[in-house]
Ligand binder design. Sequence first.
Ligand code: G3P
Ligand code: MG
Length: 433
Amino acid sequence: MAAPLLDAPQSRHALRRLSSKDITKEDLMSVMGPAVVVPPTDPEGDSGALEIAASMELARREIDGFRSATASHTTSTETLVTDKFAFAFDIDGVLIRGGKVIPAAIDAMKVLNGDNRYGIKIPYIFVTNGGGKTEQERCIQLSQQLQMEVSPGQFICGHTPMRELVQKYHTVLVVGGEGEKCREVAEGYGFKDVVTPGDIIKDNEATTPFRTLTEDEYKNSRARNFAEVDIEAILVFADSRDWASDQQIILDLLMSKNHRLGSRSDTYHDAPPVFFSHNDVVWSASHDLTRLGMGALRVSLEAMYKAVTGRALQTNAFGKPQLGTFQFATRLLRQWRLETHGIDSAPDTVYFVGDTPESDIRGTNEFDSSDSSENTWYSILVRTGVYQGGTTPTFAPRATVDNVLDAVRHGIEREYRNALKKAAAAEAEEAVA
Ligand code: G3P
Ligand code: MG
């Protein structure tokens, strides 16, 4: 008896012919869309086609069951979108390394955008501690690197939450990054009066004995009489390009009277607050080994302040692992899913994929166990960045995988297994009811 031809599910995949002679369960499970099992040409052979066809039917039902259980929204191209789970991605060491895209990242994005055996789309956002340019600019760059559109509506960088400081401070010193970039970012956030180290050096070149401004820097800097300017806060937006002069200028301000440069306080009581956009002591750039990050500058500044004043310096940090950044990410994810997919409910699970245990994994775990998270935040550590494997991470992730593609697959398969378990439990309940 010839194997029954199954009605193929309506989808956009081409019909595949699988020989029942050498078909394997994996073949069945990896079937994307319609497939038919054809009996071996040699009628003598033991086909077992029926048994295989039955399990194929089971697998297809399971997949369809998962699709309808997990996805209730459709995109404009009729691709189902899941409202049950979402992803949040760190960037350096997960998607990008030293400005170059990590190959697995391209495939991971394709899987998230529907190229998976369930044919579902999974919403995702990006949460990086990096910074130093506007979110728009960073998203254009990331879109080119990942070969697909990245919107500022799904993107947070280290200094994004610092825009909330606009309400509190009028004149701020912004440190770090390339040229005038960070001033541009700060003014874009709405800070009324943004000062840079270049402005201070242009006003008094003796400020930094071993650093003179380049022609460009001199041209772009805005000289003022800083003895008359009340700099109310110090914001370190991105990695410093000159640790010595940036720390000299920050220390001058911390030790000044009434925030007036060129003065010295007797008590150091009225130092302006210092805010760092993150606290990563190391990060993964193009060098094989980790490089010093903004967190190392923070340690150095606090040590120098202690050495010069004999007093301890309290500074503040944004970015991961701060709960504030994960609360910000929760709001951004909600807005993004609503705007792009009309989903107005929180996902059950957010899979956070990171490479740095001290910021990505610690932050995700602490947010997950905090009262302010409305759902499960599941930490996945990859081996493509700061963490390279072979050691016990300082903060234990829920899962450790080689790269971001494996992380995406891990999350999807975990959801699939959970959906099956749920369906089986419901079925069992129905059976006894
Ligand atoms: O300077 C940024 C770096 O410390 C880490 O960036 O994307 O891994 O959070 P990211
Ligand atoms: Mg990273």
